[in-house]
Design a protein around this ligand. Structure first.
Ligand SMILES: [Zn+2]
Length: 329
């Protein structure tokens, strides 16, 4: 078992087969749009419609316009508004099309980062895929080689230059995020905005292995020297186009308190937390949202959800999870 978080990353869930082999079929959209089971996921400015706690998937005839269409795949389970095996198409809407649709739908238009933690597996997978693709389409409308407007192909999965044929694919920017523990199994939390506390993160640089990025980012932001001890898992974070790769690391400095030196720019405050400290102060601290992998990392270490009541049982270390305090195999 590779993933070692005891609480799964909320946006790493899925209930859709991406069905990538059919993307090259030039008649794909004609076929799917005439199938009564096909459903449309409408998206505008990073927001999707929700109603009664469920993602709203529309019928084809209800959402006829799109700035860009993308084939997201086929559902694996029957769920709210779509049969098992139904094709799901993303329609990225113009301002006018969204206003028109919103006037007909009884729905609230919400952002992934606000609702990703409460969506079902299918919907979390669909929405993170949709938001990542929409951000890419928005920002990569010109050929990087010659500057001409490029053309969408492969069911929305490539943009191709009409002149020189240069192809660009959905971009992903890898970023590491790291839970740092000291010799007493305390967790390092901090941030750059007053009151905010999270684990450290940063982009991987060109030509750099992930483990080296962890060591470099931690030293830059905190002054600490660390050794990576486990890969914990990953999830997409399309703000703007990141893939978060989570690690745990141990401080190698002899004195973990004395070695702390926040960089003063990205990170202004850093503190070591015991589990008891964090549990006691959680209402006063501004902690990462429920859709973030940072929260899953903190809760895995803590051994219980941050919004659990005091009656929630004390954490019990389990083998092969990040919670296991002392030595990770
Ligand atoms: Zn070109």
């Amino acid at each position: 078992m590779l993933r070692q978080l005891s609480i799964d990353p909320p946006l790493a869930r899925a209930g859709v087969d991406r069905d990538s082999v059919v993307r090259s079929d030039p008649k794909l959209f004609d076929r799917l749009l005439s199938d009564g089971d096909t459903r449309i996921l409408a998206l505008h400015a990073g927001r999707v419609p929700m109603s009664d706690g469920h993602l709203v998937l529309c019928r084809v005839e209800d959402v006829t316009s799109a700035l860009v269409r993308v084939y997201l795949g086929r559902t694996l389970v029957e769920e709210q508004g779509a049969a098992a095996g139904a094709a799901i198409i993303l329609n990225i809407l113009s301002d006018n099309a969204q206003r028109e649709l919103a006037s007909r739908l009884d729905a609230e238009w919400v952002e992934l980062r606000d609702i990703g933690g409460v969506l079902t597996d299918r919907d979390a997978g669909l929405v993170v895929e949709a938001v990542a693709l929409s951000r890419w389409h928005e920002n990569y409308q010109y050929c990087p080689r010659c500057g001409l407007p490029n053309i969408v192909g492969q069911a929305g999965w490539v943009r191709r230059c009409p002149d020189d044929g240069f192809e660009v694919y959905p971009r992903i920017d890898p970023a590491i995020i790291v839970a740092i523990r000291d010799q007493h199994d305390r967790l390092l939390l901090g941030g750059g905005r007053a009151g905010w506390y999270s684990v450290l993160a940063g982009f991987v640089e060109a030509g750099e292995p992930l483990e080296a990025a962890v060591v470099r980012e931690v030293r830059e932001e905190s002054g600490l020297n660390v050794a990576v001890d486990a890969y914990l898992g990953s999830q997409s974070w399309p703000y703007p186009l990141s893939l978060m790769l989570a690690f745990s690391a141990r401080v190698t400095d002899d004195d973990a308190d004395a070695a702390l030196h926040p960089d003063g720019e990205e990170i202004t405050h850093l503190e070591w937390f015991t589990r008891e400290d964090l549990w006691r102060r959680k209402e006063q601290l501004r902690l990462p949202g429920t859709a973030s992998i940072a929260r899953a990392m903190i809760e895995s270490w803590l051994g219980r959800p941050l919004d659990a009541g005091d009656e929630h049982p004390e954490p019990t270390p389990a083998p092969n999870t990040f919670l296991a305090g002392t030595d990770i195999p």
